[in-house]
Design a protein around this ligand. Structure first.
Ligand SMILES: [Fe+2]
Length: 373
């Protein structure tokens, strides 16, 4: 294996290409002949600017550059190429006269990888070029290997993201369907559950909650009434007004829901449990089941309390026709003391979006019997 054909496991190497920059035609020919003798390809440049341009256009494996040239000299060519991330790995050989010690030092300071003397010693030339090519091939291999690994990591990351998205989608579907199953007796609709998610997330984001928290509320809020599965049919499905005793039973749906969702592992189920337990608590302390007041109530519960009422007001009930958006807003304002003032402020700011979410997410069966104000 010749010096120009170093194989580092990356397949057959192309023929090495060496750029020689010298304004002296004689030395250009000397170097060209030496390079041909090594079996490599040579390119020539006769000044510094030409050298830089050919490095960029021909991407040589090594640059041999004379110090003294018209325009910019070999030191400046070296400096510019070593400063550019695209060419900083190109091995550069500076050619100086044998006696010029100052130029040798300066060349090294400017980042040259090797120095060659004029007149050129053929044996030394072969050895130095051979060594530089080995280093260059190895660096190319590492760069290529790094890029390949980076590509593989990107591919795996995309695959993982897709898999995660599928799992998340399946999770959300399961939540919706199970919630719907639990509420089926109550004739809740899928669109109601979906709207609660959308309003709650909208309000949470508007109030500046962290995106993860807003997302947990989005996924957890549909389960707010899951505890109704534990309410007897005679109470849950009763037409007309509940007696005080029946209403006490209805109220237990919040604690039943929290029990169903107890000891959650995920942040989504934690939010779901918190919402199930507290979505009937009121800011003024007159809610249930615990009679919490103000900020004792988790923000998720304060948000869902309002959005659930808005949606109930907009929906048809056995005992009332659906109210339009303006009437629903007026009723909410008339009950302002029950809502967190910040949640209420957010609702006012987003009222147009609430109206659009309701109008854009309805189905024919939006008929509800419960979730009473
Ligand atoms: Fe409820």
């Amino acid at each position: 294996m010749s010096d120009g054909q170093i194989n580092l496991g990356a397949g057959k190497q192309p023929k090495a290409r060496i750029l020689v920059a010298d304004d002296d035609r004689f030395y250009l020919q000397v170097f060209t002949d030496l390079i041909a003798g090594l079996g490599f390809e040579s390119i020539t440049a006769t000044n510094g600017f030409d050298a830089i341009e050919k490095v960029q256009s021909h991407k040589p494996d090594i640059l041999i550059v004379d110090v003294v040239m018209p325009g910019i000299d070999g030191f400046e060519v070296t400096r510019r190429l070593k400063d550019d991330p695209a060419t900083m790995h190109l091995p550069i050989v500076i050619v100086t006269s044998l006696s010029d010690r100052g130029s040798k030092l300066k060349g090294l300071q400017f980042g040259a990888d090797e120095l060659l003397n004029k007149p050129v010693d053929e044996t030394e030339f072969r050895a130095r070029i051979g060594n530089l090519l080995k280093v260059k091939r190895y660096e190319d291999y590492l760069l290529e290997h790094g890029k390949r690994l980076e590509g593989e990591v990107v591919d795996k990351t995309v695959q993982l993201e897709r898999a995660f998205e599928k799992i998340r989608h399946g999770y959300v579907e399961t939540v919706y369907r199970l919630t719907l199953a639990a509420e089926y007796r109550d004739k809740e609709t899928g669109s109601h559950i979906k709207r609660i998610s959308l309003y709650s997330q909208l309000l949470a984001r508007h109030m500046g909650l962290a995106e993860q928290e807003a997302e947990a509320i989005f996924f957890g809020s549909p389960m707010h009434d899951v505890g109704k599965i534990g309410i007897p049919d005679s109470v849950l499905l009763k037409d007309g007004t509940h007696t005080p005793e029946e209403f006490e039973i209805m109220k237990t749906h919040s604690t039943i829901g929290a029990n169903i969702l107890r000891d959650p592992d995920s942040v989504i189920l934690q939010a779901a449990q918190e919402i199930a337990l507290t979505h009937h608590e009121r800011w003024d302390g007159k809610g249930y089941p615990m009679g919490l007041r103000g900020e004792e109530i988790p923000v998720s519960g304060r948000i869902v309390h309002l959005v659930d009422i808005y949606d109930a007001l907009r929906s048809a009930r056995p005992y009332k026709a659906p109210f339009d958006h303006m009437k629903a807003c007026a009723i909410i304002d008339s009950e302002a003391s029950r809502f967190d003032p910040e949640v209420l402020k957010g609702f006012h700011a987003l009222a147009g979006e609430f109206r659009e979410l309701f109008d854009g997410n309805r189905d024919e069966n939006d008929l509800r019997k419960t979730s009473r104000l």
